[in-house]
Design a protein around this ligand. Structure first.
Ligand code: SAM
Length: 478
């Protein structure tokens, strides 16, 4: 180890910063966030520092540095471009045994400032011993991505119980095991999700069980279900939270819309439970799915219910929430990119447009009893985009009703199958032609239908189609 990591309290301590550069501004911001009282010496300062001076958040001496400036300070940072000044301050500080850092000059520094991940009260410091600060910054970005922003909330939650757990469980190994269970399981998830009451209740229960059965395993208590949006297919469209939960789940309950690439993001040894759900050919009824989710949670499992797109957009997520809540199971919803947004982005179709679509409506082309009974006058209004989920089988009804209620037969329509995946296909036509085109294209995968001028606009702007990229039939040629 080239340098020894330490965390130093700077609360209410005086820190001297020499220099008024942008680098100085960055260091001052960090020092202030650690509670330091900063004195800055520089003849000229950049705007950010000037603002801090104006707001009286730091004291400033607009003059040269004198050795006496070091008296009473705990730490010295030099962020000036003047090399002679850098050497002078470094020497004077080290003669007084004061820790000193000269920005980008490791030889003149007695300590280095690491890259920091701040998830207060958790702080992670990364150092490459001055060898490659850019690499340290990259590592920091990776860690920040992997660490939920709410992790500090979890630390504060644990802090509340620290003394009680120490009193109750006196064996360090038992305590360690207890905390592992708290952080790795649903209690940690609850606390991260802000369900502090539920997390407290479960923690107390686990603590009681551990005390009674010290040395043996603790009986299961109620688990938790996360209703997670898997997005339209492209795994890069998963949220970071979804990814993290998939990495921790005991069981992943998924259906047909979830792409294999997204499912592959789950922890390798998580149980994967397919519950089907092809329209009119459900592998498992919704009631059976609800019962299974409740049973898994009651068995103490951390369950991810992975649903295509967003769980609350035409996904019967509401029914699952109701069933779980009724059973007293904690549920958290993690949104996903819904098919309309994924497909629109992928096809370059703006769902709204200042000149062509001031509204956008999402409807389902499939009703409970298999009929299509939509508010046609509302859907046939001009200057809006209509996005139809599950419209594949009712395309003929949809197109003819929209025309019967006033939309021109020449209104552009796009069908997007398997949007955002590498199997994506698009068929573009008009209300008059789209059904015939769809039959010819023999669309099999999940398909979204978009109706409106914005479709024509996007196709005109794209200048046609790149060969092999998607199936396209020009409106003009039909
Ligand atoms: C039961 S709904 C679920 C919608 C989902 N919850 C969402 O937010 O996207 C299923 C319908 O969503 C649409 N869909 C879902 N994923 C799609 C994709 N990758 N490409 C095209 N359409 C998709 C299709 O219309 C499909 O029939």
């Amino acid at each position: 180890m080239q340098t020894f990591p330490l965390f130093m309290s700077l609360q209410e301590r005086r820190v001297l910063v020499v220099g008024g550069t942008e680098a100085a501004a960055r260091k001052v911001a960090l020092l202030l966030s650690a509670g330091a009282k900063v004195t800055l010496i520089a003849n000229t300062v950049v705007g950010e520092i000037a603002q801090l001076i104006d707001e009286a958040r730091i004291s400033w001496a607009g003059r040269a540095f004198y050795d006496e400036d070091l008296s009473g300070v705990s730490l010295v940072v030099v962020a000036s471009d003047d090399e002679a000044l850098q050497a002078r301050v470094s020497l004077a500080a080290q003669q007084r045994c004061l820790p000193v850092n000269v920005v980008d000059r490791p030889r003149l520094s007695s300590f280095i400032m690491p890259a920091i991940v701040d998830r207060a009260p958790i702080t992670i410091a990364i150092s490459t011993g001055g060898a490659a600060p850019a690499l340290a910054r990259r590592l920091r970005a990776e860690i920040e991505r992997a660490m939920p922003a709410a992790i500090g909330r979890l630390a504060r939650f644990a802090e509340v119980f620290r003394a009680q757990v120490r009193r109750t469980l006196d064996h360090p190994r038992v305590r360690r095991r207890f905390w592992d269970r708290v952080f790795e399981g649903r209690i940690g998830e609850m606390a991260l999700a802000g369900d502090e009451i539920g997390a407290r209740r479960e923690l107390i229960r686990l603590l009681d069980g551990t005390r009674r059965e010290t040395g043996s395993t603790v009986g299961p208590s109620a688990g938790m279900v996360h209703l997670v949006g898997a997005g339209p297919g492209d795994p890069d469209l998963l949220t970071m939270k979804a990814h993290r939960l998939l990495q921790r789940a005991d069981v992943v309950v998924y259906d047909r819309l979830v792409s294999a690439e997204v499912l592959a993001m789950a922890r390798r040894d998580a149980e994967r439970l397919y519950v089907g759900k092809r329209r009119a050919n459900h592998c498992m009824s919704q009631d059976a799915i609800n019962d299974r989710l409740v049973a898994l949670a009651r068995a103490g499992k951390s369950v991810v219910r992975l649903k295509g797109g967003d769980p609350l957009v035409f996904g019967r997520g509401g029914e699952e929430i109701e069933a779980l809540t009724r059973a007293g199971i904690t549920v958290e919803v993690v949104p996903g990119v819904t098919a309309a947004l994924g497909c629109a982005a992928s096809a370059g179709i703006p769902l709204t447009h200042r000149d062509h679509a001031q509204a956008c409506v999402f409807v389902t082309g499939n009703l409970k009893d298999g009929s299509v009974d939509l508010d046609w006058p509302m859907l046939a209004r001009p200057c809006q985009t209509v996005v139809i989920y599950m419209g594949g089988e009712s395309l003929q009804v949809i197109a003819s009703q929209l025309v019967a209620h006033g939309l021109p037969a020449s209104t552009p329509v796009a069908l997007i199958e398997n949007g955002t995946t590498d199997r994506e296909r698009r068929v573009v036509g008009t209300l008059a032609t789209i059904e015939r085109q769809a039959v010819r294209a023999h669309l099999q995968g999940p398909t979204l239908c978009m109706v409106g001028e914005v479709v024509g606009l996007a196709m005109a702007q794209s200048g046609g189609v790149k060969a092999g990229e998607f199936h396209f039939e020009s409106r003009v040629s039909l």
